[in-house]
Design a protein around this ligand. Structure first.
Ligand code: FUB
Length: 323
């Protein structure tokens, strides 16, 4: 599949986290809607209220199945507003949905909901994950351990924290200081809490120096994803206000990672977000754009395209078709 294809033209969905469970492809997206809230840098216009899951028997030429609502904001005791990006992990036949949501004080945290099936329904925990903050969780499993990676600046509120503690006043580093990092933590055996203090997932430049906050075409903004290829860890993410999906590589899951390049150039729409998954013997990039809604940035549509590596392990850049 060399040409990107829209995955679910019937509805607006974004931030696709794809997984293969029991031989089927399951996609866990955000469920966009037109809330009428004006667009701002805080992302208030992304006011989503539930999640669906979409599955495919065959991603190349199969039809999507929409399994309906798997979790609604109305089911979550601590909910304020805005169900943003989510991801799902399977452990011992149970499925854990990790999601981003603001509490009643308008502070983002990460929540967990559990199901016996990949298509839900998912039952949320009473409280957010203890010590969690910001947005965009993704979970990577290896050797029986599960690692959660999260964070996002601007509307994602990462600038309100340092060393996992809330600041009195949100603050960005100066442009010539190291950029704010995504966070990574191992999950506990029950999959419901951090087993350790989240650590910075540091991205280094070609000289071994951390990327700077002012390096806006390369520094981390949001939309973490982790996959492994040929024994190396590939951390991919969005640069937000410069609208790229980029990646960095490491021999160690905790990093430091070295910046490698652009996976997807800007798409139509402000946000860009993705997952990277091997299905049978091919790799795919799941992402979104706002072409079908005529560029309305809060009404996004999911896409998939094959992702290819060069012999040296670098990823071939895909054109997003935006600015
Ligand atoms: O869908 C809401 C937010 O937009 C996500 O959490 C971000 O990654 C961006 O895609």
């Amino acid at each position: 599949m060399k040409t990107p294809k829209y995955l679910f033209p019937k509805d607006y969905m974004a931030d696709p986290s794809a997984h293969v469970f029991n031989g089927k492809v399951y996609i866990y997206p955000s469920h966009d809607r037109d809330s009428g809230i004006p667009e701002n840098d805080n992302g208030d216009h992304f006011d989503m209220r539930d999640y669906h899951v979409i599955s495919f028997d065959n991603i190349e030429n199969g039809n999507p199945t929409d399994h309906g609502v798997i979790l609604s904001v109305d089911d979550i005791a601590w909910a304020g507003r805005q169900l943003w990006d989510s991801d799902v992990a399977e452990k011992n036949g149970k499925y854990y949905l990790y999601f981003s949501l603001k509490d009643k004080n308008d502070v983002f945290h990460l929540g967990v909901a559990i199901s016996d099936k990949p298509d839900g329904k998912f039952i949320p925990q009473e409280n957010p994950i203890k010590g969690s903050y910001s947005i965009d969780p993704c979970v990577f499993a290896e050797n029986g351990e599960y690692y959660i990676i999260f964070g996002g600046i601007w509307g994602g509120q990462l600038q309100r924290y340092r060393n996992n503690k809330a600041l009195e006043i949100a603050a960005f580093p100066a442009d010539n200081e190291p950029a704010l990092c995504a966070k990574i933590a191992r999950l506990n055996a029950a999959m419901l809490e951090f087993a350790e203090e989240p650590r910075d997932l540091v991205i280094l430049d070609e000289n071994g120096k951390p990327l700077m906050q002012g390096d806006t075409t390369r520094r981390f903004f949001e939309a973490s994803w982790l996959h492994k290829y040929n024994g190396k860890y590939y951390f991919s993410y969005s640069t937000g206000d410069t609208h790229r999906l980029c990646y960095a590589v490491s021999d160690n899951i905790y990093g430091p990672y070295t910046y490698m390049g652009v996976i997807l150039t800007p798409v139509v729409g402000w946000t860009t977000h993705h997952s990277i998954v091997k299905i049978n013997d091919k790799w795919y990039l799941f992402h979104h754009d706002s072409v079908p809604s005529g560029g309305q940035t809060w009404l996004r549509s999911m896409k998939v395209v094959e992702l290819e590596y060069n012999p040296d392990g670098t990823i071939k850049t895909i054109e997003g078709g935006g600015e």
